[in-house]
Design a protein around this ligand. Sequence first.
Ligand code: GLN
Length: 617
Amino acid sequence: MPLQSRDDPDPTADEAFLARFARSEESSELTEWYSPIPEGYEKGRTKYVVVVGTVMSGLGKGIFSSSLAKLIQDKGLSIAPVKMEGYLNIDSGTLNPYRHGEVFVLDDGLETDMDLGTYERILDQNLTRRNYMTAGQVYTEVLERERRGGYLGRDVQMIPHVTGAVKMKLRELAVAGTGDGRPADVVFVEVGGTAGDYENGFYIEALRELAFEEGPGSTCFVALTYILEPSILGEQKSKAAQLGIKRLMEAGVQPHIVACRAKNPVSRTVGEKISMFSNVPMKRIFSMHDRESIYTIPDAMREGALDREILSILELHDRVDQSHEDRARVRWKEFSGRLASNRPRSATLGITGKYAALRDAYASIDKAVEHCGIHLGAEIDIRWLDTTDIATSRDAEAALEGVDAVLVPGGFGTRGVEGKIRCVEHARIRGLPYLGICLGFQVAVIEYARNVLGLADAHSTEFDPDTPHPVISELPEQKRLEGIMGGTMRLGGHDVDLSAGSFASHLYGGATRIRERFRHRYEVDPSFIETLESSGLTFSGRHPNQPIMQVLELPASIHPCFLGAQFHPELTSRPLAPQPLFMGLLAAALAERHPGEDLGPEAARWLRTPTPATNGQ
Ligand code: GLN
């Protein structure tokens, strides 16, 4: 998004842009203060919970915040979460997933970071670009406005203008709520980094101002801190936590609640010290020690009455819907109870992943597999496969030895592509369950073209621009039809039509129209569709009115489970609603590992019954 010059080419956009701030303008002329309030904002209606990290990052702030948000949501209150990032990037599209974790794509097409995925999964709620803020976005907005003369001749400053823009965005989120037309009951703010970091200081200042302006009972600050337990001492030490919380207090923020991350349950002595030095009563100091599963965190928080303390601080008790909470608790208990139950069956899923050791780059896939394993009552072991050294069918066979299903995830760049194609070949010929995602969908098409159609040099123009058989190619004219400029990626949620009676439709409960999220530039070249289909590959998922292929499968007579999706199914898997294509893949993996066994009713739902061969392959 380039900064605008004074002779802005789009005056209507200019007007709309300035109108957003119109109400605040009169007041900013008269006073030194500047705190714009959006249209429709009702003070006191929306409350704010703010989670700030201290001591260090990497404590699972996202999991903590989303679990806490879930507890409040369970009570029937609407939650609008927001992650505030200190970095200058506008979105996460340009971040390296091996440094920063995967790029998580929202339904509205925004490329965000993996924490937004955590919120969507735990809250079982779709988020939008309003739920993700970066310093880059905030500064760009302020600088653009300055170029448009939006500050009426004033010098533009971090305080009040940048902090004013942050408060404006938070209040806009409060008005927008979850998008159902009602304002949010609670805006749940997670501040990236830790208190004292240079780059998030303006966020903390904006939140301090917001809490002051909204008044008592409006904002609850939660400090997430860390209790050290050095092995040489063998006891917990609270000093780092005290100093960390002090950084927050120096910024003018008095936490209402302190949550202590620790390896073991936090001792009373340590709790008392933290209480004493941070002015937070003991009943509001919580031990957030390591647990076997993140899914037990909400229940643990509830047992400690963390949710009740928040309701008291925010004076929200009278908005609680008790029966909603009871139902939500039963559903969650049913899910989390399966974690503890004995899982008699297991299967190994091979995932081809570049730099496979860095699991954060595949966080959503990891989670989708976990959700499905829990629902299927099975242990699913993931084996990460580096495909750079797989050159022949024999190599693929050796690499996939002992693997019950294969997943080729999304990816960019040539590295390991030939090895992935070999893995698909092995899975297809041996009847090993296969799911190809995005790039994995594309390599399945390439493999089929090469080995079944006999087009030996078939490829994607992404990897071989001069291939004589570009079965996967970039099609700018199609992108233009969808209103997307050539060269950019097709991003976000789009409808997919599924053929009635297909395996894909069966997995989606018989649905013939679904919505999934995309992030790709290349797709099946339409000139090859007919040839591919006439030789047995079925495109069972398509764009509703353009020749864009979105799901592929092989018939039951040929393969028990061979699926490809141009979209990213992993982005929509939720603990309480596991993703159908993953369920299909993993149920088939269990059938592969435990042939002839009764896998139970849950797995049976996702398996396909073999039909007699209709095709002589
Ligand atoms: N590189 C491929 C494309 O751009 C696949 C992208 C992906 O797997 N996310 O179409």
